[in-house]
Design a protein around this ligand. Structure first.
Ligand code: ADP
Ligand code: MG
Length: 257
């Protein structure tokens, strides 16, 4: 379970401190998806970066798995716990070019041995790693693409591969920032279905930031509306959307979800 209490964040802009998040409090239970929405500049990405441990915060406390993190806590401890979760699915960072499954095998090797090299195929662990990799690929519906070249996968398949790769590290929290922005209509559905499946299988808190109302209707159990760094409303996805739909950014592609 993730619990955030009274979180605040200031940025220094031209020698002035500018408060971009204030009084942010919420919890996300294991196996629950919390949606966060709001206009551009409302603080959504900053909040996710803080939770990921790559950005500092100025007030409040973040509690994950019973461990508490304060503004002066060691960020590395937080990153260790969160394990570099799939924050930007739309950027195909760091995928290797070989067969898709190699991306997962390398990640398992990294988790177990501390480097992303490929194990020798006569290594006593190779079969074990291969089998474990297939489990992760199954989770995201890619087992039939295991031996396909990564470069030949579609955009949605690459996103799913990135998600599978992140899950290898056994994150305690999954953070997704605009997971389907850069993809076509069919792909959106495919990626969202995979996120739902991951939610069921991993049973960890998941936070999905998106400006797309349809996305939240489809996957978010609860929704927070952020405005100028404050939580304006939190509640049932449908209720919050009803109140703020007119304020949300129009998107050509939403009707296709
Ligand atoms: P969103 O993701 O909702 O669009 P952001 O979290 O990116 O919003 O930004 C929230 C506010 O913080 C904005 O006013 C933005 O200009 C400001 N901001 C974001 N990153 C920085 C930064 N590195 N330095 C200074 N200001 C920033
Ligand atoms: Mg953003």
């Amino acid at each position: 379970m993730l619990r955030v209490k009274n979180l605040a964040k200031d940025y220094n802009v031209l020698d002035e401190r500018k408060r971009v998040l204030e009084g942010i409090s919420f919890t996300v239970n294991d196996g629950e998806i919390l949606g966060i929405t709001g206009k551009s500049g409302s603080g959504k990405s900053t909040l996710l970066r803080i939770l990921r441990g790559v950005e500092s915060f100025d007030e409040g406390v973040i509690e994950l798995e019973g461990k508490q993190f304060f503004p002066d806590s060691d960020k590395d401890d937080m990153m260790d716990l969160i394990q570099n979760t799939a924050i930007h699915l739309q950027r195909n960072f760091g995928l290797w070019n070989g067969p898709a499954i190699e991306n997962i095998i390398r990640k398992i090797n990294s988790r177990n041995e501390g480097h992303e090299g490929l194990p020798e195929s006569d290594s006593p662990y190779y079969d074990e790693m291969y089998e474990e990799s297939m489990e992760y690929l199954k989770l995201v519906g890619l087992e039939h693409k295991a031996l396909h070249a990564t470069s030949a996968l579609s955009g949605g398949e690459k996103q799913r591969l990135i998600l599978a790769r992140q899950i290898v590290a056994k994150p305690k929290l999954l953070l997704l920032d605009e997971p389907v922005t850069m993809t076509g209509p069919g792909t959106k559905q495919e990626v969202l279905d995979v996120i739902k499946n991951v939610k069921k299988e991993l049973n960890i808190p998941i936070i999905v930031v998106s400006h797309l109302p349809e996305l939240h209707m489809y996957i978010s159990d609860r929704l927070i509306y952020l405005e100028d760094g404050h939580i304006i409303e939190e509640g049932k996805t449908e209720t919050v959307l009803k109140h703020f739909l007119k304020d949300m950014q129009p998107q050509v592609e939403i009707s296709s979800l």
